[in-house]
Design a protein around this ligand. Structure first.
Ligand SMILES: Nc1ncnc2c1ncn2[C@@H]1O[C@H](COP(=O)(O)OP(=O)(O)OP(=O)(O)O)[C@@H](O)[C@H]1O
Ligand SMILES: [Mg+2]
Length: 364
């Protein structure tokens, strides 16, 4: 258990800047997810916390101890990678016991900790098996068990379940979250999978090109994205973005697109004025916040044309051509015309976001 503080941290590899001026405070016992696309600097950040990578500039503290110059073994961390590298000739028990043996922990204490970790991870019936006799998920649980027995101050996870199949991944998401809450250990969890971040973390740090884009709870990241990058990265299917112009009249402010005109609320108009918005903007709306109905004569305000429908069990994604663009709407499965048929869509204005077209920063 320790708070982790990252202040003004940079990471260079030669001329490549992997992490730029990162500031992040991870609270004691918090589950922090570092989320972002490939190459954004997630692993570099984690490896600097672990002591596996030199910090080019800036400081890292565990509580109030500066750890920049501490070797990994003195940092009291445990790390789990995507590639768990178990010892093939050792049993599950021996694999889990190994880090404690290396620390000359008394045998009884080793036994106690391994059995407890195995129980939590539900692999106690497998303790005598060799890795070759385990499924992918069981191997990964063994690797996690090996990290748990250390009872470290901080857990560092680098995409630990990325290679598992979808069903097992979803199961492990639940397990890891439960485990972290019951062990009460500060956790930094790196992933490119927004669903992992959204479902497990207390707070998410979204990174892009080495730069922290936004830090917030999953709810804040989803509902109040700081910029277009965060808005587009989180949520599945992704947010729709449409180039529009602002039209200011004495009755209010509207966004105008080739396929529709949408009157904004007073609150939204105020935020645009305060932000000094220019005429060209980009609006964003999530597929869940677009209503859709088949046919040309419905009550919804915007006419469109079905491009394609994708049934997903109970829900359906409908791609719709609106003016010169295409948007995705998510709806309950039901009758919807085939490609080329007319339909109507409706915006939930309160849930529309407007972004600066140049900087991508959200006005709301
Ligand atoms: N050892 C290295 N030498 C040179 N460049 C590196 C090294 N490790 C990482 N980089 C570069 O630093 C940047 C950040 O890499 P990093 O591994 O931190 O990304 P990541 O977010 O973990 O990506 P991924 O999701 O693909 O694992 C990338 O541009 C990468 O090419
Ligand atoms: Mg990585």
């Amino acid at each position: 258990m320790a708070a982790v503080t990252i202040t003004d941290v940079w990471k260079y590899y030669g001329k490549t800047v992997a992490v730029k001026e990162l500031n992040l405070e991870i609270k004691n016992n918090e589950f922090m997810c570092i989320l972002g696309p490939s190459g954004c600097g997630k692993s570099s950040t984690l490896r600097m916390l672990a002591g596996l990578e030199f910090i080019s500039s800036g400081d890292v503290y565990f509580d109030d101890v500066r750890v920049n110059d501490l070797p990994p073994r003195d940092r009291d961390i445990a790390m789990v990678f995507e590639n768990y590298a178990l010892y093939p000739h050792k049993t599950v028990y021996e694999n889990m016991a190994n880090p404690l043996k290396l620390r000359r922990t008394p045998k009884q204490e080793i036994e106690r900790r391994v059995r407890r970790a195995a129980e939590i991870l539900e692999i106690d019936p497998l303790l005598h098996r060799k890795p070759v006799e385990l499924s992918g998920g069981q191997k990964q649980r063994t690797a996690i068990g090996r990290a748990i027995v250390r009872e470290p101050k901080v857990f560092l996870f680098d995409e630990p379940i990325a290679h598992l199949d979808a069903k097992l991944r979803s199961h492990m998401r639940g397990e890891l979250k439960y485990l972290q809450r019951s062990l009460e250990t500060t956790t930094v969890y790196v992933t490119h999978d927004q669903l992992e971040g959204m479902s497990m973390a207390d707070r998410i740090a979204v990174m892009h090109e080495g730069v922290l884009q936004q830090l917030g709870t999953p709810e804040e990241i989803y509902n109040r994205p700081y910029n277009e990058f965060v808005a587009g990265f989180v949520g599945e299917p992704p947010m729709n973005f449409l180039d529009c112009t602002l039209e200011r009249t004495n009755t209010g402010v509207s966004v105008v697109h080739s396929g529709f005109r949408l009157a904004l609320t007073e609150r939204q108009a105020d935020l645009l004025e305060k932000g000094g918005a220019e005429a060209d903007v980009r609006i964003g709306t999530r597929p869940d916040n677009l209503a859709i109905e088949p046919g040309a004569d419905g009550a919804l305000e915007v006419p469109g044309e079905v491009f394609v429908t994708e049934p997903l069990g109970g829900d359906m994604i409908v791609e719709v051509t609106v003016g010169s663009d295409r948007v995705m709407a998510k709806t309950k499965i039901g009758p919807m015309g085939g490609p080329g048929e007319p339909c109507r869509i409706g915006f939930d204005v309160d849930k529309v976001h407007v972004f600066d077209k140049t900087t991508g920063v959200a006005y709301f």
